[in-house]
Design a protein around this ligand. Sequence first.
Ligand SMILES: Cc1cc2nc3c(=O)[nH]c(=O)nc-3n(C[C@H](O)[C@H](O)[C@H](O)COP(=O)(O)O)c2cc1C
Length: 194
Amino acid sequence: MKVLLLNGSRRIKGCTFTALSHVADALKEAGIETEIVQIGSQVLNGSLTELVNEVHEKIKSADGLVVGSPVYFASPSGEIVSFLDRLFVSAEKDLRLKPACAVASARRGGTTATLDVINKYFAYAEMPVVSSRYWNIVHGNSPEEVVKDEEGMQIMQILGRNMAWLLKSIEAGRNAGIAAPEQAGKVFTNFIRE
Ligand SMILES: Cc1cc2nc3c(=O)[nH]c(=O)nc-3n(C[C@H](O)[C@H](O)[C@H](O)COP(=O)(O)O)c2cc1C
């Protein structure tokens, strides 16, 4: 089993990466393969379309997804939002029913608004959302500060463990013959007055 972790920061090895690495460590301890993909830095370099296609291919063989973002102006990074806007349109079918969770890193505030934005992509694609003991946030302006956020570090560890447990439970259910719900055709209405 494999989990893909997306880093929405422009800083390749910054605070968000540190938080995601902690989630990945807990997943690896539970026997789950992990891969961290740098999104923010690549989107900033103008390779959005190639990156969406590349990650879409990876998602086909992945079992779970973690999306991490730094807080920029009390929201997720513009880079991760641009990326998710594209990915969730093109890869919806391959994301569906795969467990997912969001992680936010901030110096001070705007974390819960950031989580809220990212969680909505998961709801759109019928992805079960994995939780931890508290909100999935870390605080700091540098990786050194983030590792000192002991509560945040524990939240990341529990998040990884909980995701591993859910992935294994889904696999056990599949092996026991529990079929996934069929994807319903979309009812798509616009609010236009007749
Ligand atoms: C453009 C920009 C906007 C930011 N806005 C906020 C903010 O609204 N609230 C906050 O607490 N931190 C803010 N920060 C700080 C980062 O969220 C914080 O340092 C984060 O942990 C960096 O993660 P990274 O190292 O993965 O990029 C901002 C940083 C940048 C570069």
